[in-house]
Design a protein around this ligand. Sequence first.
Ligand code: ATP
Ligand code: LTN
Length: 330
Amino acid sequence: MEQKKRIFSGIQPSGDLTLGSYMGAIKNWVALQDEYDCLYCIVDMHAITVRQVPADLRRRSLEQLAQYVACGLDPQKNIMFIQSHVPAHAELSWVLGCYTQFGELSRMTQFKMKSQQHADNITAGLFTYPVLMAADILVYQADLVPVGEDQKQHVELCRDIASRFNNSFPDTFTLPEPFIPKMGARIMSLGAPENKMSKSDPDGCVYIMDKPEDIMRKFKRAVTDCETAVRYDRENKPGVSNLLTIYCAATGKTMQQAEQEFAGQGYGVFKPAVGEAVVELMRPIREETTKLLSDRAYLESIYKEGAEKASYLANKTLRKVYKKVGFVPR
Ligand code: ATP
Ligand code: LTN
């Protein structure tokens, strides 16, 4: 039998999951679980690159696992685990850091943005964040990395680090490819549609756990423009285009179908319709998450088993790398 290709992806428990995390990442993961050998991680070590309240980080990490399952990821088919439970990520990250240039890390868009947002606390961890991300991916020899558009640059850097390492030490790492969804790769903020919807911006974002009335309110207030036509034009109508993207991703309709459906109707009809589509999409996920969170023993069994399986795979790569760079075997 042909070996299935391997997938790795992760989300930081740095805030509650949003419609952006769902449409840009998790929804895609669910679609891949039958065809690929998948590892889905809760990257808590990445989350502490900016300040976190410890109790919140712990709560959100478990909530995120419950949401992975509630969104449709089957714990029998996928390895789901918490990054800090598998020490090989941090260990490989050190080695890879010694094969990464300062200049490369300085060019990362996410670093530039986050160091502006957290100007009083620009840590070495924030700077080397992409090296740890490269370790996450390479330690499992992943072929594909399903992420939203904003993470493409990090996956490309990961490839550069891997090929540089392979040049010195042939056949060490599989070169991974980013895998970006066609519809929903970039969900923008409802309040400022020129920015991406991000879990650390409560104003513009819709959380998976938001109540229906809150979702409806956020959509009714979404920023649009002073025309009335419901038409996709990212350049000149970013707000409306974002709502159309969300509507299509939520309902499975094509852009053309959506435009036709709202032709001749104003935003007063369009905005609540998008809200309702999202409410219906999120309802079962929210209910299932709440149910799962009341069964801590079950969640614990998932992440413990996940860490065990992940460690086995990760340690194989780590041993190989340690040997290649010249460390004395333990
Ligand atoms: P933070 O605000 O803490 O930086 P975030 O909301 O940007 O977090 P991440 O944890 O960085 O979310 O992203 C999780 C995954 O979801 C990544 O694959 C990312 O590409 C994807 N993603 C996040 N936000 C969006 C968005 N607005 N549109 C599409 N995909 C997104
Ligand atoms: N940087 C990513 C989260 C992340 C990730 C990864 C994604 C950390 N490690 C490995 C894919 C593969 C983010 O900010 N969304």
